[in-house]
Design a protein. Structure first.
Lengths: 266, 67
């Protein structure tokens, strides 16, 4: 599979892995290996001020051991201001200027808040961040984000964690045409076929979290997603046949036998 | 009174950020940790010298699993 390049960083894997939802750090580590992912997201949250849990094996250690790069997110932020502050904290915590920018506008669907997202992206780009925005499947908004200077766009297939797959494949294909930066399908994946479809639609990569971490066997699903990314990417490159309304015989009629009524087969 | 991650704390004004982290068992080389005071990031290099003002609101964040 050809390499993926985002903002000058080249990766052998086209699967981005979210670390949320894994029942244990051990399973996360195994799933990272099985997925082949080289870029994984993490969130920032308040440290336990009782100090009770600060000594335990840390997520950062697991990720360092796995040899993957960290992509901090701004999950849970509802305003541009909060997202910008969180990104600045992430830059300090993880020594990276990359950020997966999420600005949520609705509690039930966790859909992005477009005006706040644009505002936050503009501010963070001004501050030198490499911004990967989580966005709706709106080709116009994706183009606006790319025009601002975002390093990639991350449209949703369907709401985060819903497992509904890609609700509007047409829009994802339009986004692919609308921007020159990498398109990373970001949310809603339920199973491997969703990932393959995203790649077939022309996405450069897919980000998966819950579909792996909350699967009955997360490590097996990580392997399935890896295979699906590769299959979809290869199929996209190979060029699918057009859809037709009626059958087109794959075996030629020429040379076909014409059996008379008197022919006996014993 | 200083608020540490939203909770009343025994931290006093004048203590450094490094001292607050030490209370939490964290050194100044702690990986994956960031500190903000009153909504502004305090850079790692300033943790030793940054003294908390009266009624400071301190946020100490770290990496958590997240999509």
């Amino acid at each position: 599979m050809s390499e993926l390049t985002i903002a000058g960083r080249t990766m052998g894997s086209r699967l981005l892995l979210g670390t949320g939802g894994f029942p244990s750090l051990e399973l996360l580590a195994e799933a990272i290996t099985a997925s082949g992912s080289e870029l994984v997201t993490v969130a920032l949250r308040r440290i336990d001020v009782s100090g009770a849990s600060n000594g335990r094996g840390s997520l950062i250690d697991v990720l360092a051991q796995a040899g993957v790069d960290v992509l901090p997110n701004t999950a849970g932020c509802h305003t541009a201001r909060d997202a910008v502050l969180t990104a600045r904290m992430a830059r300090e915590a993880f020594a990276t200027d990359w950020v997966k920018l999420e600005v949520i506008g609705d509690e039930d669907t966790l859909l992005p808040d477009a005006p706040e997202l644009l505002r936050a992206a503009e501010q963070l780009l001004d501050e030198g961040f490499v911004v990967l925005p989580y966005t709706t499947d709106d080709p116009v908004l994706a183009r606006r984000l790319a025009d601002l200077g975002c390093a990639a766009v991350m449209p949703l297939g369907s709401p985060i964690g819903s497992g509904m797959g890609i609700r509007n494949p047409y829009n994802i294909a339009l986004i692919r045409e609308a921007v020159d930066v990498p398109v990373v399908l970001d949310a809603g994946v339920g199973t491997a076929s969703d990932v393959a479809l995203a790649m077939e639609l022309g996405c450069d990569a897919v980000m998966v979290a819950s579909a792996i971490s909350r699967a009955q066997d997360p490590v097996a699903m990580a392997g399935a997603m890896r295979a699906a990314v590769e299959a979809g990417h290869l199929a996209r490159g190979a060029g699918r046949i057009p859809r037709r309304h009626y059958a087109t015989a794959s075996t030629p009629d020429e040379g076909r036998a014409e059996f008379g009524l008197r022919v006996h087969v014993d | 009174m200083i608020l540490l991650n939203g909770q009343r704390s025994e931290v006093r004004a004048g203590e450094t950020v490094a001292a607050v982290l030490a209370r939490l068992g964290l050194g100044t080389n702690a990986r994956g940790v960031a500190v903000a005071v009153d909504g502004e990031v305090v850079r790692r290099g300033d943790w030793d010298s940054y003294a908390l003002p009266e009624d400071a609101r301190v946020e100490v964040l770290t990496a958590m699993q997240g999509g």
